[in-house]
Design a protein around this ligand. Sequence first.
Ligand SMILES: CCCCC/C=C\C/C=C\C/C=C\C/C=C\CCCC(=O)SCCNC(=O)CCNC(=O)[C@H](O)C(C)(C)COP(=O)(O)OP(=O)(O)OC[C@H]1O[C@@H](n2cnc3c(N)ncnc32)[C@H](O)[C@@H]1OP(=O)(O)O
Length: 180
Amino acid sequence: MKPVRHPDAPAPGDPLGAHYEHCFGCGPGQPHGLHLEARAGEGVALTAEFTVQPAHQGAPGLAHGGVLATALDETLGSLNWLLRTVAVTGRLETDYVRPVPVGTTLHLAAEVTAVAGRKIYSRAVGRLDGPDGPVAVRADALFVEVKVDHFIDHGRPEEIQAAMSDPDQVRRARAFEVNP
Ligand SMILES: CCCCC/C=C\C/C=C\C/C=C\C/C=C\CCCC(=O)SCCNC(=O)CCNC(=O)[C@H](O)C(C)(C)COP(=O)(O)OP(=O)(O)OC[C@H]1O[C@@H](n2cnc3c(N)ncnc32)[C@H](O)[C@@H]1OP(=O)(O)O
């Protein structure tokens, strides 16, 4: 089925913000995290940027492949907010096309391609030197919709409690709202 943008999704161009303060992908409170910043696009699509820091190296001076997969995962995961669905990554298939040096800003673009029941299919691409630059990484993903119980059942109680009392209302809504 064609994905449907939620009527209350952020307007195109609006920043999505972080879904969780301590998220390794987007959390502002995560010192060595990616601090990835996503903005809503048209339809069920978005763009994001991530600047590779020295803490993200694998080979000398180059981004670690797992960190780049994280950037893709985070970007793709952010799409679910445009559907107002809470979902987790079930499958992430990554192509590494060009090495990504430290200091580079990766320009990511992602879209949901289809929704089938709880399954959300999406894809993303990351480019060097700007939104129209050469492709460095690509991914196809399957996210699976979950209930908030997923986090309550599997997460550590101290972090769950802290997330539930996060004073940032948008962040709390992103964590807990399911198809409001
Ligand atoms: C209360 C406090 C909460 C605080 C939360 C704070 C913030 C959270 C808010 C939003 C943020 C959510 C996520 C984080 C956001 C961004 C970070 C990036 C995203 C991630 O980094 S997130 C972490 C990594 N992720 C996992 O930690 C998942 C571990 N995993 C599981 O938890 C289960 O595995 C699950 C739930 C995936 C499925 O389990 P399940 O039992 O619910 O469902 P089931 O197995 O029946 O699958 C249903 C249908 O999906 C198909 N399917 C499933 N897996 C597939 C695969 N791999 N390949 C192909 N098809 C697959 C089946 O084939 C079936 O298809 P069909 O219906 O057609 O038969």
